[in-house]
Design a binder for this molecule. Structure first.
Ligand code: SF4
Length: 702
């Protein structure tokens, strides 16, 4: 990464400096321009229930919340905000309120008259709900759509100006419009552009009381996208304050660690003016977690300088795991490992236990050289590193670095170590080591996740060794595994994407999530979405394999990827039906598939999907389970032939059709990753969409 690129997303990769943003006034609160980072939360009461909303807002504020958001799904809810505002003022609560708007510009215009801030989602402010259909837009049509947004946004800006109401432009991964999807796919560039379109209109209208956010439940996607947003704003001469959050983070340990990894990764680089830790729990419980995270990051302010150079090959916007040599199961060919000082009593056990390993210090380098057997761990800090030592690290066999830091900004010092190794082409594997003396489990989880998550998101680290003598070994081990999972480098348990709930929630979120967790906790690697409402749920659980979504009072719809497979079933039957669906999927996912597709110019069409293991079935009727997904044969000629064999070999020539084979539903994307290099950006995103639809349709048919 060159200096220029670095300066666009953060001021210094190795020395903490807060990014100075434009100051925005939200009622009694000032945000940006080095004002303290503000903590906020959102109610989950019905906004029509004035008393309950006031009471919950009070609890959030009493816990330390500095801004409270309430959903306003319609004009009635937006109108009722005036009574909630009035009730809180009468009780002496002057903290600003924010209205959360989706799909309803009219509600935004009403809310802007009563509360201090309105949040709109560019994915659905004007555009209809995403249809997941392949849509083509000419440049002219695209510009007409932007004009539609301008026409709808300007009246809201005028109301905001009149009432001194601030605006949050809040983009969510998974709720991008079809228009953005057609040009950028579900990508960081798409999310950033979705936000920039709205920002440009605000700037043209000389409206600047704006806060922006880009959230995702995928921490890597969220961090890279916010970095790209900061850099893009910088390019266009803007520096609006940034709200950080990981959506649908879940509850308990998972929710806390996922949030600390995602939000912490940006805070350590000085990005973020306000944060919300979204938990599927009572909203006031979010506040202490957020406060612990901010306090931990703020310890870095004014730290002694770290002198380091940036590796020019490092790209903060794209994930690459640092390539290392392989020693047994250690190194970049393997998922990062967990080391512990002893085994715990929990279900997750460390891969390595220290009393079975050989450790050396930098003073024992000569011994390290002569010791032949096994893996040798060399304990190092950044200050130990020099060119002579790096040369030795390149030569000594079976050596793995155990990297620690006593610096107040340990994360940045460890980052400096990795950049030095990259600059000197040194491929020694590195374990990250953190020692804590923290009695409170939540504080430990938040601190460790914020310290190490960003390093794994940047592709650094081949293992994690956490120590904390004041907690049980199993708590420390579970935290290490959870950090790796939240950083998306190693999956060791079921992944739950559950919304925090709001005034739209249609069932008891906390009890339902607990029941689903109890029934599916053994399904390692599966992603299950539990979402309170049908309006935003399906889009926002973009990553989930299965979804449990509130469809109406006492009614639930079940999803497989983006497809609704069971509609409006009674809530009492829904968990059992979800389990039956997952069971059916498990059989299907272990099958082999073949997809026949056509590729031409800038388009790609899936034609048929076949389950190969049924071809050898005893029942001849089950041979050739072909079905039609889309027939575009006439419009697709001549065609490029692209075939993937069972061994993953890739053949390409001009022919009539293409066949893509893959061994299971989950493996499909890895195999066609080989194929991706030959496809255009647009073809890639279309291929993703079509394969998902094809597999979903296949799944539904069986
Ligand atoms: S998905 Fe959950 S948090 Fe989001 S709007 Fe629906 S109920 Fe509210």
């Amino acid at each position: 990464m060159n200096k220029e690129v670095q300066s666009l997303y953060c001021l210094d990769l190795f020395n903490y400096q807060r990014l100075v943003t434009q100051e925005v006034t939200i009622g009694t609160l000032r945000l940006g321009n080095n004002q303290p980072i503000c903590v906020q939360s959102m109610t989950n009461t019905s906004t029509l229930d004035t008393e309950a909303s006031i009471a919950q807002s009070e609890r959030i504020i009493d816990a330390g919340g500095e801004l409270v958001r309430l959903t306003a799904q319609g004009v009635r809810e937006a109108e009722n905000l005036q009574f909630i505002r009035k009730g809180l003022l009468e009780k002496g609560y002057r903290q600003p309120l924010s209205a959360d708007i989706h799909f309803n510009p009219n509600a935004a215009e009403v809310a802007a008259q009563y509360v201090e801030k309105v949040r709109i989602n560019p994915g659905n402010f004007v555009d209809a709900a995403r249809t997941f259909r392949q849509l083509e837009y000419t440049e002219e049509e695209y510009q007409q759509e932007i004009q539609k947004i301008r026409n709808r946004l300007l009246p809201l800006l005028s109301i905001c100006k009149e009432h001194q109401t601030a605006l949050r432009i809040g983009v969510n991964h998974g709720s991008l419009s079809d228009r953005i999807m057609s040009r950028y796919g579900n990508s960081p560039a798409g999310m950033v552009e979705s936000c920039m379109e709205f920002l440009r209109i605000c700037e043209e209208d000389d409206f600047h009381e704006i806060v922006i956010s880009i959230k995702a439940s995928n921490t890597l996607m969220m961090v890279q996208t916010v970095r790209l947003l900061v850099s893009t704003m910088h390019d266009e001469g803007m520096n609006y304050p940034i709200h950080l959050g990981v959506t649908e983070a879940g509850d308990g340990e998972d929710g806390r660690i996922k949030s600390a990894v995602g939000i912490g990764a940006l805070l350590v680089d000085g990005i973020g003016d306000t944060i919300r830790v979204s938990l599927s729990e009572d909203p006031e419980k979010e506040i202490p977690v957020a406060r612990k995270l901010i306090d931990h990051i703020m310890k870095r302010v004014g730290h002694t300088s770290i002198k380091a150079n940036v590796a020019t090959s490092f790209n903060p916007y794209v994930y690459y795991r640092r390539e290392t040599s392989t020693i047994n199961n250690i190194g970049s060919a393997h998922a990062p490992l967990v080391m512990a000082s002893e085994k715990g009593l929990g279900t997750l056990q460390p891969d390595l236990v220290t009393n079975e390993l050989l450790f050396f210090t930098v003073e024992q380098l000569s011994e390290l050289n002569t010791t032949q057997k096994g893996v040798k761990f060399l304990k190092l800090q950044y200050g130990d590193l020099n060119e002579t030592l790096i040369d030795q690290l390149k030569k000594i066999e079976n050596v793995v670095v155990l990297l620690s830091s006593d610096h107040p900004n340990a994360t940045a010092e460890m980052r400096a170590f990795f950049h030095a190794l990259i600059i000197h082409n040194c491929s020694v594997p590195v374990f990250l080591h953190g020692v804590y003396n923290e009695r409170d489990l939540e504080t430990f989880q938040v601190q460790a996740a914020a310290d190490f998550g960003v390093l794994f998101l940047d592709g650094f680290g081949d293992g994690l060794f956490l120590e904390n003598e004041l907690l049980l070994p199993s708590q420390v081990i579970d935290t290490a595994f959870a950090i790796l999972q939240a950083s998306r480098v190693r999956v060791s348990k079921t992944d739950y994407i559950s919304c925090p709930g709001c005034g739209r929630t249609l069932f008891d979120l906390q009890t339902t999530l607990a029941r689903i967790k109890a029934a599916t906790g053994h399904l390692v690697g599966l992603k299950i979405g539990v979402m309170g409402c049908i309006v935003n749920g399906p889009g926002e659980m973009a990553d989930a394999d299965f979804g449990y979504v509130g469809a109406g009072k006492g009614r639930v719809s079940l999803y497989h990827h983006h497809q609704c497979v069971e509609k409006n079933i009674p809530e009492e039957e829904a968990v059992d039906k979800l389990l039956a669906l997952i069971e059916k999927y498990n059989v299907l996912k272990n099958s082999r598939y073949e997809i026949l597709f056509f590729l031409e110019n800038d388009s790609i069409a899936i034609f048929e999907v076949k389950r190969l293991d049924l071809v050898e079935s005893a029942d001849p009727a089950q041979h050739y389970q072909w079905f039609l997904v889309e027939k575009k044969q006439q419009s697709l000629s001549p065609l490029t032939f692209v075939a993937m064999t069972n061994e993953g070999k890739h053949h390409e020539r001009v022919f009539e059709q293409g066949i893509l084979q893959f061994d299971d539903l989950q493996g499909s994307f890895e195999i066609h990753d080989n194929l991706r290099s030959s496809l255009s950006c647009k073809q890639k995103s279309t291929l993703d969409m079509w394969i998902m639809m094809a597999v979903d349709a296949f799944f539904r048919d069986r």
